[in-house]
Design a binder for this molecule. Sequence first.
Ligand code: CU
Length: 162
Amino acid sequence: MVALVCCLGCQPEQGDDTASQGNSPVPASSRVEIVDGVTVVYFTGNDRMRFSLTEFTVKTGQPVRIIFENTGEMPKTAMGHNVVLLKQGVDANAYATTASRARDTDFIPKSEADSVIAHTNLLGPGEKDTIEFIAPAPGDYIYLCTFPAHCFAGMRGVMRVE
Ligand SMILES: [Cu+2]
């Protein structure tokens, strides 16, 4: 699911560290914008095990599209990244621990499928994936990378639903 974005005007520019939007709280390497009623969220992960966006806000009941890109250079087997958005109340640390053992399924444990709202594929350098879902009930929802140890190194964020 990589090809949905090009026709909607939401494709981020390359080398977009210069694309700062003044006082916007969203870092330059990330975007949160509404396109045709869809909240489009773009952010990246890198070799330093960081998401470029660790908090964003959406409106309940509205469609959300997350476009996630691995902008690192290290091989996927050493530094793969994904985005897993958890349901409310799920223990992110426990989920991450279970997920770290699920190498056969790219660190998405089938046994914990009920804990997940949506997730991207595990991405190697330069890869991008898109997920879409309807924003759930108001509240805070954790997203994390489930590659072993990445969540604990800080590769996580919060989606706030209003
Ligand atoms: Cu990661």
